[in-house]
Design a binder for this molecule. Structure first.
Ligand SMILES: C[S@@+](CC[C@H](N)C(=O)[O-])C[C@H]1O[C@@H](n2cnc3c(N)ncnc32)[C@H](O)[C@@H]1O
Length: 384
């Protein structure tokens, strides 16, 4: 029980990662470059946002006119509902507003709306944001938030890390356009991969290999520094501590990189000239349980290979739907009908794998991609 609580507290902390302005701006610029009118006359909902200090709200409010938005709605989650203790106090801005209510401040979520020139200064900008308390706590799963979702054209946010699956399902069930930040591992979730396969969702413009760093509440920054060395969990940039969590953008908005063909060498040229020792002079190996060849690096995809290939996750950053078709993922066996015929790992392969000292729990029929390398059975991590 104690461990369970500790686990919950840990994931809930990841829920309080705040996106930097430059990351939001860079990503949105890619969609605007592709279609400068993408947001024109649209209603944008930014749920799971703390509008007073969220850079999503700031970006869209500042660019309200330039983007030609019809309405911006941003909502936050009640401090009392957050499963973390950050000693969140109402801001001066909130306390000085006529609608300030001490109880509601902790128990209710808030809603910020920008849709017209409320202060009459001739322009619609951040200064015209109006706010109020929500009826409930701002949980995206509430009827109140569902109603806001249903009236919006776009849903854009970095949702709570621990609820990403649910959040994605919440967005997908109404078929709205979206731009979300999520963990790289979410790619192979059963809620996510089918959307990727059907080209209803793809990776955003920011390359998957690029680190996204997040602002965190001061107390959490102190804890991060106290609990571990700078590196995988946190980084210090210009004196500020940022949290890391190998995150990427997931979206259904088009961007240019998605339509750039990946330039590749032929199979023969790869064997002759590849910079990878695994390919040069060696060639491509077939999986034990898929009628496909193993591609250890995206740039080693042979341009003239007509059959099925198993590529690493990082391929999705380069994926152009006009050039390739995604048939499935070996991670959880989510495959389309053409590929469903895989019998999974053979008993012999599993036996050979354990005989060679392999670890983990694999059984015959498992969809994980297996390969013999120099006669030794080895599992290949997440291939698509
Ligand atoms: C990862 S943070 C991101 C905040 C902001 N969107 C940003 O990117 O800067 C997620 C936010 O969602 C809030 N949250 C957690 N659970 C929620 C829920 N069930 N419904 C709505 N918001 C929630 C968290 O408290 C946190 O403020």
């Amino acid at each position: 029980m104690a461990n369970q609580n500790l686990g919950n507290a840990k994931t809930a902390k990841n829920d309080e990662f705040y996106t930097q302005f430059s990351d939001v701006e860079k990503e949105m610029n890619a969609y605007l470059e592709y279609d400068e009118n993408v947001f024109r006359d649209k209603i944008i909902l930014l749920p799971c946002d703390d509008p007073e200090w969220s850079n999503f709200t700031k970006y869209f409010a500042q660019n309200f006119k330039k983007l030609g938005l019809k309405k911006l709605i941003s909502t936050s989650y009640a401090p009392n509902s957050k499963p973390v203790d950050f000693d969140l106090q109402p801001s001066l801005f909130e306390q000085e507003s006529p609608q300030f209510d001490k109880d509601k401040s902790f128990q209710n979520g808030r809603i910020f709306i920008l849709d017209s020139d409320t202060n009459g200064d001739g322009k619609t900008d951040v200064q015209d944001l109006t706010w109020d308390y929500l009826e409930g706590d701002g949980d995206f799963r509430s009827e109140e938030l569902k109603a806001l979702r249903d009236q919006s054209d776009f849903i854009i946010t970095n949702p709570p890390f621990s609820l990403f699956r649910e959040f994605l399902a919440w967005v997908a069930e109404v078929n709205k356009k979206f731009v979300l930040i999520g963990n790289k591992n979410a790619i192979t979730y059963k809620e996510a991969f089918p959307l990727i396969m059907r080209n209803e969702m793809w990776i955003g413009s920011t390359p998957m290999s690029q680190d996204i760093l997040f602002r965190v509440p001061d107390k959490m920054a102190t804890e991060l520094v106290e609990n571990g060395k700078e590196g995988s969990k946190w980084r210090r940039v210009d004196g500020t501590v940022f949290a890391r969590s190998s995150s990427i953008w997931f979206t259904s908005l088009d961007h240019g990189r998605r339509h750039q063909p990946l330039s590749l060498m032929t199979e023969n040229d790869n064997i002759k000239f590849s910079k990878h020792k695994e390919i040069k002079g060696v060639g491509y190996k077939k999986f034990d349980n898929y009628d496909a060849i193993e591609i250890p690096f995206t740039d080693a995809i042979p341009s003239d290979y007509p059959g099925l290939m198993g590529v690493p996750i990082s391929f999705l950053s380069k994926y152009n739907p006009d050039q390739f078709e995604i048939l499935g993922t070996s991670d959880n066996g989510l495959v389309d009908d053409a590929f469903k015929t895989t019998p999974g790992l053979s008993q012999k392969f599993v036996d050979d794998y354990y005989a060679a000292g392999g670890k983990g729990a694999y059984q015959a029929g498992n969809p994980t991609a297996g390969i013999y390398e120099k006669g030794i059975a080895r599992m290949v991590y997440k291939r698509h």
